[in-house]
Design a binder for this molecule. Structure first.
Ligand code: GLY
Length: 436
């Protein structure tokens, strides 16, 4: 397991940025203060077990407190933010540890035994309440959409602290990815590979940013494959793993694909890897991500043509929708506290949607890139039975070499995904260096 490095550098600067962003957003929307509730635990119906806790991302964007339900942050422009830090006197569950100076020094901190203590400190004036805790349900000005849109647009530009957290999440995930590849080469089942991944990352399932996708053979063609079969296939062809890690609430989101042996599929992986790197290097300020998505389609169609899987030009494949049979998802998405981070599709504080290119309903990022954006680049190429069948029945069946498709079907698919930060110059790839 890699020794986890807590990111403390530049945290003070990050909090200052949060203060100035919130002060600007509150003033613009006519609010005097905001109450940001971390969230409360959810108990399963007719039972006394608690679902894994996921904090309010707005709370996390201020504080590295990932397991801290019922803490509350009060933000008032021009004042030090006040943290009501919930530390119940509990012997059923372990309460949060005492605050650590490196983060706590940025706040006026009150340690609270009661989850309701903050209610006595709601500032006067017009107050926005942010979160989904049941205790907020009757409040006026709960999650005002214009205020949230403003903050979401701000959050698309990551601070140096946030980039450092994401880099560390990438380092941990890359270490675990290597262990997963070893497990695949040793002939482990999906279940065993998943366990090896978690052990190497030092994370339990609930701490992963999203459910690991651990897919052997044709299961790689299920985009969000969720099973972890105990039985390994008799013959191994391929392995697709889409798995990340979290650091202080920030995610990495990485995919790799491996072939069991040299041959056409391993050559296709190399071709996809090369085009993925090309796309990564194009993630620059001022570039419209929609153009990069369409460029990915042209490049993937080029691979399909070069390997004789399709019998039309790459341009024709994109034009007719044939490339979407093999690449049916978006090129990527914003990344941050949320794996699919906020504001990928919105133009302004009204939340006006920036349209996706026609025929590309699953693209999650349609904005023009700015310095500080963190995003994924994840082109894919899959052999998906239902989409192939539909094309065969409703499209130009002669455009596909069905014999080739049949030989490659057992390999499932290829996806290669890195995490990129847009800068004023060369894009910063957080993933490749982590693999070494
Ligand atoms: N890598 C998982 C997802 O983007 O949904």
């Amino acid at each position: 397991m890699p020794t986890q490095k807590v990111v403390t550098e530049q945290y003070g600067e990050h909090v200052k940025t949060c203060q100035s962003r919130w002060a600007g957003a509150l003033a613009a929307e006519g609010f005097d203060a905001a109450i940001i509730h971390a969230g409360s635990e959810i108990i399963s119906f007719l039972d006394d077990y608690i679902y894994p806790f996921r904090p309010n991302p707005h709370f996390l964007s201020w504080l590295p407190l990932t397991h801290h339900h019922d803490s509350v942050l009060i933000v008032q422009p021009g004042k030090t933010p006040v943290l009501h830090y919930y530390q119940p006197d509990d012997y059923w569950y372990l309460p949060p540890a005492d605050p650590e100076a490196w983060w706590a020094d940025q706040f006026d901190l009150n340690s609270e035994r009661s989850a309701k203590a903050w209610e006595k400190s709601v500032p006067a004036g017009r107050v926005a309440f942010i979160g989904d805790a049941p205790c907020l349900a009757d409040r006026e000005n709960l999650n005002p959409s214009r205020l949230l849109n403003r903050l979401h647009l701000e959050r698309t530009r990551k601070t140096p602290y946030e980039v450092a957290c994401m880099a560390e999440a990438g380092r941990v995930a890359a270490f675990a990815h290597r262990e997963a590849e070893r497990a695949f080469r040793e002939g482990c089942s999906e279940y065993q590979i998943h366990q090896r991944y978690c052990q190497a990352a030092g994370l339990v399932d609930a701490e992963l940013p999203y459910g690991n996708i651990v897919a052997l053979n044709e299961n790689g063609a299920v985009l969000h494959y969720q099973e972890r079969l105990h039985q390994r296939p008799e013959e191994l062809h391929a392995f697709l793993i889409d798995a990340g890690a979290t650091q202080q609430g920030y995610a990495s989101d990485i995919t790799r694909t491996y072939a069991a042996r040299q041959g056409v599929f391993s050559e296709m992986i190399e071709a996809m890897d090369a085009l993925q790197q090309d796309l990564c290097s194009g993630m620059r300020e001022g570039v419209d991500y929609r153009d990069m998505h369409l460029e990915a389609h042209r490049k993937i169609a080029g691979v399909l043509a070069a390997f004789g899987i399709i019998r039309v030009s790459p341009e024709a494949a994109v034009e007719t929708g044939l490339s979407s049979v093999f690449f049916p998802h978006g090129l990527g998405h914003f990344l941050g506290i949320q794996t699919h981070d906020v504001a990928g599709l919105i133009a302004d504080v009204e939340g006006t949607e920036i349209p996706r290119p026609e025929g590309h309903p699953f693209l999650r990022l349609t904005r023009v890139l700015e310095s500080g954006n963190a995003l994924t680049v994840e082109p894919g190429l899959y052999f998906i039975d239902s989409l192939l069948r539909r094309w065969r029945e409703q499209g130009d069946a002669s455009a596909i070499d069905w014999t080739k498709v049949e030989t490659l079907r057992p390999c499932g698919g290829i996806r290669i995904e890195d995490n990129i930060v847009v800068t004023g110059g060369e894009p910063l790839n957080l993933t490749r260096p982590a693999f070494g």
